[in-house]
Every structure is written in structure tokens, then in C-alpha cells.
Design a protein around this ligand. Structure first.
Ligand code: CP
Length: 309
């Protein structure tokens, strides 16, 4: 039995297989429509979500399975003091696989240690969000045709943004990937990522504050929201929340084939005037997230759909 806590839980070869599967699902959805008949996913969300929870549920329904779960800690027995360990033991009796989001770093790992079904980390605090990374990799590979030979700008809240942390971990394993980190000083990429992930792997990167300075050299711009829920005081959040706003004027500085991604939700960091730009790929990214999660469910449940089935 396998769990997914971090993108590094899959080798590059396994990730490639999973992304191939996601691409096949996109091309031939009907082939997979009964792959999970009789199976259930439990979505255990102790923290708010729109995309991740609903895309897991859509993924399982598209595979012929069904869904149970809760959308907030307050509507579960966590509100009465039940531990994650006890909850997962019980959920293991109800479902075949589970996706868990929790505000505490490591909570899905605690669940995995007590679980008799595969546990998927659907976002743990400011730590990791591996299924967003599968979504991002599938989007990049589908739209750019490659995961290597890319200069990638990551902009916004690089300190607390778990999607950014997971994506960097995954991308450093591909050839000739360079990063431009665009953030205010207070929201710089954590030092453990600079040291353990970037420097140890000899990855080329630079840090800049002005988005305009980075735009012309990027193949991909990954915008992020300033994570209000992780700030210790409102004053700092208010000061930093509109530090970056991507608009038409800034897009004019970018290459014609640069892609803009965003894990969403967006607040103000991408002006709605950018939405109609053909380089804006963040809503397509949402659709790719369903295929990636369908592929992940099949992989963790070890379900293989043969040609012609
Ligand atoms: N990208 C993402 O995790 O969105 P939600 O918080 O809506 O799930």
C-alpha cells in the first residue's frame, strides 16, 4: 500500500507514468468510467478548499466510484476533540482511499502511519501540496511539451506557499530547470529549500523583488496568493497582500509563449484583464487537476485499465 505525502514519493519514472496515464484519461475518458466501480474515496478536509476537494470528488465520480467525507473540521468530530489517528482508523473501515487536508504540517503523515488505506496529502499547513504539483506538472507537460529546459518564475508568497515548495521539489529532478524567485524580502523562499533542495542539487536560481525585471526571461510564471491564514498579524498581511498585481502592462514584457499558472484561489495578484490573454493557463490548470487526480487514484489503488476495456 502506498500513500502520497510529497512529490518525492514518486520517482521521476513513476511520475512520468502517472502523467502519461493522466494524458490517456484526458483522451479516452470513457475507457476509465467504471475503473473504480464499488470503490469510495473519503475527503477529509480540516481546512477550506474548493478545487482540491471537489476535483478529488469529481475524479472519483468520473471513475465510477463514490464519495464520503467532510468539508470542515467544525462539521466533524474533530470539533469534539477526536484525533487524526482515531479518525483515520475509523475512515479505513468506510472507504478505500482518502484525501486529507489539514492546517498542521505532518497531519496527513500521522494519518498514513495509522491507516489501512492509501492516504493522500491534500495540503498540510505551509508544508506540501503534492496533488497540486501533479496538476502543475501535467499542465506544464501538456501545454509546453516538456518538464525540462525551462526558466520558471515563482512570484508572491514563497515563504508560506505550499504549492511552491512542492513544485520546486518536483522540478529540480528535471534537466536544465532554472528558477527566478520573485518576492518581497519577508516572503522569500525558506532557507531549507535554498540549502537542501536548490544548492544541494546545484540548481541555478536568482531572487528578485520586481516582477517587471523577471518577465522577459521566463518560460513560465507561477503566481501565488499571499497566504492570509498563515500570517501572525493582520498588519503584515495588509502591507504585503497587493505587493504584486499581474496586469496587461506586465504581460506585455513577457514572451509570446510564456504561460501563466496559478494554483488558485486568486485574490488580487492577477488582474481579471489577464484572463483573456492566451498565455493565461490557470483555468485550464483546474481541468488538468481532475485528470491528474484520476490518475493518482488509479495508481494508489493499483487499478489497471487495459486497452479496449
Ligand atoms: N489550489 C488549491 O489548493 O485550491 P483550494 O484551496 O481551493 O483547494
Amino acid at each position: 500500500m502506498r500513500h502520497l505525502m510529497s512529490p518525492l514519493d514518486f520517482s521521476v519514472e513513476e511520475l512520468d507514468q502517472l502523467l502519461d496515464l493522466a494524458a490517456d484519461i484526458e483522451k479516452h475518458p470513457s475507457k476509465y468510467a467504471h475503473a473504480c466501480d464499488g470503490r469510495k474515496i473519503a475527503t477529509l478536509f480540516y481546512e477550506p478548499s474548493t478545487r482540491t476537494r471537489l476535483s478529488f470528488e469529481t475524479a472519483m465520480l468520473n471513475l465510477g466510484g463514490s464519495v464520503i467525507g467532510f468539508a470542515s473540521a467544525s462539521s466533524s468530530s474533530a470539533a469534539k476533540g477526536e484525533s487524526v489517528s482515531d479518525t483515520i482508523r475509523m475512515i479505513s473501515c468506510y472507504a478505500d482511499i482518502c484525501a486529507m487536508r489539514h492546517p498542521k504540517e505532518g497531519a496527513p503523515m500521522v494519518a498514513a502511519m495509522k491507516s489501512s488505506i492509501p492516504v493522500i496529502n491534500a495540503g498540510d499547513g505551509g508544508h506540501q501540496h503534492p496533488t497540486q504539483t501533479l496538476t502543475d506538472l501535467h499542465t506544464i507537460r501538456s501545454l509546453k511539451g516538456r518538464l525540462g529546459n525551462l526558466t520558471i518564475g515563482l512570484c508572491g508568497d514563497l515563504k508560506f506557499g505550499r504549492t511552491v515548495h512542492s513544485l520546486i521539489n518536483a522540478l529540480v529532478r528535471y534537466e536544465n530547470v532554472k528558477f527566478v524567485f520573485i518576492s518581497p524580502d519577508e516572503l522569500r523562499i525558506p532557507s531549507y529549500i535554498r540549502e537542501d533542495v536548490l544548492n544541494n542539487n546545484h540548481i541555478e536560481y536568482k531572487e528578485v523583488e520586481r516582477l517587471e525585471d523577471a518577465m522577459p526571461e521566463l518560460d513560465l510564471l507561477y503566481m501565488t496568493r499571499v497566504q492570509k491564514e498563515r500570517f501572525f498579524n493582520e498588519e503584515d498581511y495588509v502591507r504585503l497582500k497587493d505587493f504584486y498585481i499581474l496586469d496587461k502592462a506586465k504581460m506585455a514584457l513577457a514572451r509570446e509563449d510564456m504561460l501563466v499558472l496559478h494554483p488558485l484561489p486568486r485574490v488580487n495578484e492577477i488582474s481579471v484583464e489577464v484572463d483573456d490573454d492566451p498565455r493565461a493557463a490557470y483555468f485550464k490548470q483546474v481541468q488538468y487537476g481532475v485528470y491528474a487526480r484520476m490518475a493518482l487514484i488509479l495508481t494508489l489503488l493499483d487499478i489497471h485499465v487495459e486497452e479496449g476495456e
